[in-house]
Design a protein around this ligand. Sequence first.
Ligand SMILES: [Zn+2]
Length: 134
Amino acid sequence: MSATEYAKPLPKPSPMSEPFWEAARRHELWLQRCADCGQFVFYPRPQCPNCWSAKLEWKQASGRGRIYSYTVVRRATHRAFTEPYVLAIVELEEGARMTTNIEATPEQVRVGMPVSVFFDDVTPDRTLVKFKPA
Ligand SMILES: [Zn+2]
């Protein structure tokens, strides 16, 4: 392992979340959507949290949303995170909320701020989904 390799912990896709990560590698945001009630769902799971239907299908999302809530992490729990970073819940246009990073300084971020998705290819086979001010 060289010093230039990505040092932060990486997500470990499960069979349930693999379509999300596969789409991220294509630089697309895909979410589950309930075929019975129409609600978009995040994180990936076997049943709709709104109506308990098991008929969840994968749909491409716009990648646009607003910051629902956020915090600035100044004391990280992993030594690879050296700078303060913005951890936020983004409410997507489709209605689902995602926990994510906002690529912005803490001073730039506000609740309600419009954001858009971008894709950070951190390793040859792993792409992270992040957001930045729109
Ligand atoms: Zn449903």
